[in-house]
Design a binder for this molecule. Structure first.
Ligand code: FE2
Ligand code: FE2
Length: 178
């Protein structure tokens, strides 16, 4: 059995590489920080988004480790900040188009496109994903700060309502600066 372990590990490694899905043990760790309803929302994210969110939350946890166990809302905010991306359910190609459209069309176009139909509607919704994520989390009864961070995580610091210290930490982890 012991000799099978490296193969096991290799399989897991390649599965993560191919699908972008988090390790089962990492998913379990994330579940431990979330309410049941938050976990349902988290589970609807694409595998690569789940892995990204766990990486952000782990970075925050590691940074706060010297001060003890982090506050639950901070880790939940890290795990759920991109949850609005589940709404339009665009594939990778669509996201690239949506991101480029956002920089070409400007943020104002998001509302216009969201009111249309078909692909432009999906692009519009994608550009609005922070807002959509905040709505999902509010309906799920999440902590106000978790809801706020989903809405605010791409806004400049002066527009945040979350505590600045935690916001800076969450933003740094999201940008890979931790
Ligand atoms: Fe984001
Ligand atoms: Fe993110």
């Amino acid at each position: 059995m012991a000799r099978l372990q490296p193969l096991h590990r290799a399989r897991r490694f390649f599965r993560t590489l191919l699908t972008g899905a988090p390790e089962p043990s990492e998913a379990e760790w994330a579940e431990g920080w979330l309410t049941e309803r938050e976990w349902v929302l988290f589970s609807r994210m694409r595998p690569a988004d789940r892995s990204h969110s766990i990486a952000v939350a782990r970075a925050v946890e590691a940074h706060l480790a010297p001060e003890g166990t982090p506050q639950r809302w901070v880790i939940a905010a890290a795990l759920l900040h991109d949850v609005g991306k589940t709404v339009p359910d665009l594939g990778t190609y669509g996201r690239v188009v949506a991101t480029i459209s956002g920089s070409v069309g400007g943020a104002d176009m998001a509302d216009v496109w969201a009111d249309t139909t078909g692909f432009t509607r999906k692009v519009g919704l994608y550009l609005k994903y922070p807002e959509l994520g905040a709505d999902l989390l509010a309906v799920a009864g999440s902590d106000d700060r978790v809801v706020a961070w989903a809405r605010e995580h791409h806004l400049p610091e002066e527009d945040w309502t979350v505590p600045a210290e935690e916001g800076r930490l969450l933003a740094a982890a999201d940008d890979g600066r931790l």
